[in-house]
Design a protein around this ligand. Structure first.
Ligand code: AMP
Ligand code: MG
Length: 343
């Protein structure tokens, strides 16, 4: 298939946006930019189109998709038993990196929710994708636009690398501002439960919701037989081909550990200004720990850059575990298969 490449960064974008919407309305697949990561979108109402998403990504069938909507008015349309807090959260954080899990109405196809009786709903903060949703007039079901297991794409180039020729179009809306997938909060249970940390922090959610519980899969690897509430959290994810290890400790201790253990095929993910501490052949900074949003923005691009034939081992500095840092820590832990060494 010849994938159309639609740039929406300049004048004339409306034609490209209409084209993307038409492809979606007629059952095709379009990679769409959002503020979190690029999504692989299809009309949530066309069963065969949703099935194609799973096929292209190699996504396990039991892993439900998030539907992307234009605003809070969609909650009532696709969800039942919507609590007042959902509207408060939408008011405060939409458009933005927050997915709410709510009881679904029968009009949401089972294919989208992998047979669950709940649906994840989000309003993305990207003008191009908001316009595509509006023009297509349907909710867009979209997981991240990577091949399953690989780091999510944060640029149109990443998307091209993974799925060029497998989808009808890729919309290039520039680099993703947040860089990690949305926060997922399950409002179908009491107290509400954080299923995946993201750009909206648990501290921000607690300000609105009061008590919020945290799914075990957020912090640690699940034991055999344990089921996360977000099916996607059980899969190995975000992984380059090299083995990733998180080193939790001061810069000096981490550098001493790396310098004693590194070889010619070792890479380091460090923080800004620390490159000179490390003797490893490849050393990349993924941002400033004082500003964890910079780590979120760059993590996946760095993991992709280190997904190279000549690198077998990646040591990473440990991000802070609060605020947006928790989301960075969660994704890095999954990439590391939860291997964390305290140094
Ligand atoms: P992705 O779009 O690739 O970020 O993946 C979506 C994530 O949302 C996966 O981890 C899913 O398991 C999770 N998810 C989607 N819908 C639901 C739902 N109804 N209940 C719980 N988790 C969900
Ligand atoms: Mg994903």
């Amino acid at each position: 298939m010849n994938t159309e490449y639609l740039s929406v960064k300049d004048a004339g974008s409306e034609v490209a946006l209409q084209r993307a919407a038409d492809i979606i309305s007629s059952g095709g697949l379009v990679a769409i930019p959002t503020e979190t990561v690029y999504g692989l979108g299809a009309s949530a109402l066309i069963d065969e189109a949703v099935a194609k998403i799973f096929e292209v990504k190699g996504r396990p069938q039991d892993n439900p998709l998030i539907i992307h909507v234009h605003g809070a008015e969609a909650l009532e349309k696709w969800c039942s038993e919507v609590p007042e807090e959902a509207y408060t959260l939408a008011e405060k954080f939409w458009p933005g990196p927050l997915t709410m899990v709510l009881k679904k109405k029968p009009c949401v196809p089972d294919r989208v929710t992998a047979g669950m009786d709940t649906v994840g709903v989000r309003c993305p903060d990207h003008p191009a994708t908001l316009r595509i949703i509006e023009l297509a007039g349907v909710p867009i079901a979209a997981p991240s636009a990577n091949i399953s297991g690989k780091p999510s794409p944060t640029t149109a180039q990443h998307v091209r690398h993974d799925i060029d020729g497998m989808v009808e179009a890729i919309v290039d809306g520039g680099d993703c501002r947040v860089g990690l997938e949305s926060t997922i909060i399950d409002l179908s249970v009491s107290p509400p439960r954080l299923l995946r940390p993201g750009g909206v922090s648990i501290e921000q959610l607690r300000e609105v919701l009061g008590e919020v519980s945290v799914d075990a899969a957020v912090y640690r690897k699940l034991e055999a037989g344990e089921q996360p509430k977000a099916p996607g959290m059980k899969y190995r994810h975000y992984s380059p081909r090299a083995k990733v290890t998180i080193l939790d400790g001061t810069a000096d201790n981490v550098a001493a550990y790396v310098n004693a253990n590194c070889g010619p095929r070792t890479a380091v993910l460090c923080f800004d200004g620390e490159e000179a501490l490390f003797n490893a052949p490849v050393c990349l900074s993924y941002g400033d720990p004082e500003k964890p949003e910079t780590l979120a923005e760059k993590l996946f691009a760095c993991l992709r850059e280190l997904d190279r034939e000549d690198i077998d081992e990646i040591y990473s500095r440990c991000p802070p575990k609060d605020g947006v840092g928790l989301a960075v820590y969660n994704r890095l832990s999954k990439a590391a298969g939860n291997t964390v060494i305290e140094v």
